[in-house]
Design a protein around this ligand. Structure first.
Ligand code: AMP
Length: 307
């Protein structure tokens, strides 16, 4: 089943306690596409790059049936650039540089051949652009998933509130949920956020897993305890790609199936953090993913006799 993905295709500079890299391909849509394409194809990408974005990367994406008709190439400008630094506790990071470059004048256009896609993944990007893509679709997709971040809560809250009223699932991390709701308790945060529009809310807690809220129900998925987390960049986007990839593959948008989808998302995220950039997502096979999924099953599987 086709998934439309919107987001950045970028260059990143990353510093972690374990290494440093000055320029590597990244971007929210890049990670979503690599991750989701392991589960379903085609992926119909909407993004923008400058004249510096490598052809090899475009070809790697095409090989995975990521369609690039919706990716605008601006001949005389640079791609979006982001730089971040992680502390020893890899759950927190500082953004050092956000250079919008081509993104500053981005007006996403949905190509005609993308019309009719049943799933839409709005990756992290200006909320106004996320709204524009939803409004261009003549048939509303079966499921619209939104990823966002604190940066947009601080700079584009009105648009963000508007897009929240147009989507089915919101994905944010715990500190963003607290910021958006003004509540410290994640349960209270979830209640508030579910009143803002989305029917489902995923709160990501980094190495502590993720919570899925819907009406009065809540489900918890752990993150796999990994010996080494090398670079968490893109983990959230890989999670999103795994989540929507599983939903599109199974064509089932029930709460029960979303439980499985957040485990699949967690599995994809667990690969992403093993190397810099999207490298691991390019290397892994279906067998690798299946093995990791069984590790998740083992992690939370136990028997108890209640007398
Ligand atoms: P994640 O670690 O999942 O939050 O995603 C990291 C990726 O998001 C990096 O590859 C960045 O290029 C990209 N990114 C960082 N800041 C932004 C932003 N404000 N809007 C869109 N993409 C961003």
């Amino acid at each position: 089943m086709a998934i439309i993905t919107l987001g950045t295709m970028a260059f990143d500079a990353i510093e972690t306690p374990f290494g440093k890299i000055d320029k590597i391909v990244g971007g929210s849509a890049t990670y979503v596409a690599y991750s989701a394409s392991h589960l379903t194809q085609p992926i119909q990408q909407i993004s923008i790059v400058g004249n510096d974005f490598p052809d090899e990367e475009m070809n790697e994406l095409k090989k995975r049936n990521v369609q690039l008709t919706g990716v605008e190439i601006v001949a005389d400008q640079k791609s979006f650039f982001w730089s971040g630094k992680y502390h020893l506790d890899m759950n927190s990071r500082d953004t050092l540089i956000t250079d919008l470059n081509v993104l500053a004048n981005f007006k996403p256009k949905v190509p005609e051949e993308y019309q009719g896609a049943e799933f839409l993944m709005l990756g992290n990007l200006m909320p106004g652009l996320q709204i524009s893509v939803i409004e261009q679709l003549r048939t509303r997709p079966k499921l619209v998933v939104l990823d966002t971040m604190n940066f947009w809560m601080e700079t584009a809250l009105d648009d963000l509130k508007k897009v929240l009223g147009m989507v089915d699932v919101l994905m944010i991390n715990d500190s963003e949920a607290r910021q958006l709701s003004g509540e410290f308790s994640l349960v209270k945060s979830a209640k508030r956020i579910l009143q803002m529009g989305p029917k489902f809310l995923v709160i990501k807690k980094g190495e502590h897993g993720a919570l899925l809220f819907h009406e009065d129900h809540v489900f918890f998925a752990p993150a796999l305890p990994l010996e080494d987390v090398f670079d968490p960049t893109g983990a959230g986007d890989s999670f999103a790609g795994g989540f929507i990839g599983h939903i599109a593959k199974t064509k089932d948008i029930s709460f029960e199936n979303m439980k499985t989808a957040i485990i699949v998302g967690s599995a994809l995220a667990s690969f992403c953090v093993e190397k810099f950039g999207p490298q691991r997502l390019k290397e892994i096979t279906k067998q690798d993913i299946d093995t990791r999924l069984s590790e998740f099953v083992q992690l939370v599987n136990f028997d108890i006799d209640l007398v």
